[in-house]
Design a protein. Structure first.
Length: 385
């Protein structure tokens, strides 16, 4: 009996000696990623010692039995340097992650923007993007100063109305994300001609002239390297305009190699309002869609061509999920509407007895939104081949 008790105690002590300290989440191991990484609190790592780079890969041999024979197998493991908040270099990314309270890294991007870039901060907050700038994920923000951003909103030369959140919300988010980069980027890291991808998905380009850094040629970094816990802010003297603010629907279709047939029809029918007015949501058939259509386009009258093109246009900005939620929308063709449904995460258009799939959706332009479709949306009464 005593032998069983002794064995039980030994196994329990062995288990306790090899089990790493818990962070309160069952099954999680002892490292920084297992504490509440997205916590907005300015607290130090709660377990005292933590491990981070530099790390060393070590090799050891383990005896294993294979097919009745013992053999040595080479194994590797990684051993990283141990730190505490008392020994870490406070001017390091490690300190920002683990020791914000001890090292005074409590100010976040959100705090700094709300304190000194109130116009841009209010714009982000209205779009519910402020939370991105409160998490510990490292980011760089190119923030227009208050005078610059206020003047832009009041006197914007683009067709997009960046103060109308009900109609232009997607374009406003696109503009905001174009000012954010998902990495810490100080001016010491920037070189002339460098390109960096923004959170919006397209690149910004840097020019360095006698120590002065410009973004996209016309936006000067006037106050660089405002260092905070979760990133860095550069104050700029001009608003960065994404492609969605610089390219109209007309220009996009004119430049698209897969929409030459559709654009030729628009051009011949004088639909140039797509270059000047908006917003409009366009369903743009590809060249392949026209090749597969049974419509005799050579036999169309001018009015039939106009009605057909109007049937591909809906007033207003409508993203894919909004079309799905609405189920049905009227087009510019009188008394004719399109119905929408989803299948396997793809948006489909029900057009009478016909259907079309949205191959690529939510292309933002300065006059609206384009959805690329795989079939021509025909209307009754058109001649067939």
């Amino acid at each position: 009996m005593s032998k069983i008790f002794t064995t039980t105690v030994y196994l329990l002590l062995l288990f306790l000696s090899i089990t790493p300290p818990s962070d309160g989440h069952p099954g999680h191991s002892y490292n920084y990623n297992n504490i509440n990484y997205y916590s907005q609190s300015c607290i130090d790592y709660p377990y005292g010692m933590f491990k981070e780079e530099p790390c060393t890969t070590l090799t050891y041999f383990k005896r294993v039995k294979r097919r009745g024979r013992w053999t040595r197998v080479e194994k590797t493991y990684t051993q990283c340097t141990a730190y505490t908040c008392g020994t870490v270099d406070c001017d390091s990314d490690i300190a920002r992650k683990y020791c914000p309270q001890t090292c005074g890294w409590c100010t976040t991007l959100s705090d700094e923007l709300n304190a000194n870039f109130t116009a841009f901060a209010s714009f982000l907050d209205s779009l519910w993007l402020d939370y991105k700038l409160q998490s510990p994920m490292q980011r760089t923000v190119f923030a227009p100063d208050d005078a610059t951003f206020t003047a832009f909103l009041e006197n914007s030369t683009t067709i997009v109305n960046y103060t109308d959140i009900d109609q232009w919300r997607a374009h406003m988010v696109d503009l905001a994300l174009y000012h954010i980069v998902h990495q810490r980027l100080t001016t010491d890291n920037i070189i002339d001609g460098m390109e960096v991808c923004t959170s919006q998905g397209t690149n910004i380009t840097f020019t360095v002239d006698n120590g002065t850094v410009f973004v996209n040629n016309d936006s000067e970094i006037t106050t660089p390297d405002i260092d905070v816990r979760n990133g860095v802010i550069h104050s700029i003297n001009n608003v960065l305009l994404p492609p969605s603010a610089l390219t109209t629907t007309w220009e996009y279709l004119n430049q698209s190699a897969i929409h030459t047939t559709f654009f030729d029809l628009l051009d011949n029918a004088n639909f140039t309002f797509l270059d000047m007015d908006g917003p409009f949501t366009i369903f743009a058939p590809t060249n392949d869609a026209f090749n597969c259509s049974t419509i005799d386009f050579n036999a169309l009258t001018a009015n039939q061509t106009k009605d057909l093109l109007n049937h591909h246009i809906i007033p207003g900005n409508h993203l894919s999920y909004e079309l799905f939620n609405a189920y049905e929308k009227e087009t510019l063709t009188e008394r004719i509407s399109l119905k929408f449904y989803a299948r396997y995460y793809k948006l489909y258009i029900k057009n009478g007895p016909y259907k079309s799939k949205v191959k690529r959706g939510n292309i933002l332009t300065s006059t609206g939104i384009i959805h690329v479709v795989d079939a021509v949306l025909r209307i009754p009464g058109l001649p067939s081949v």
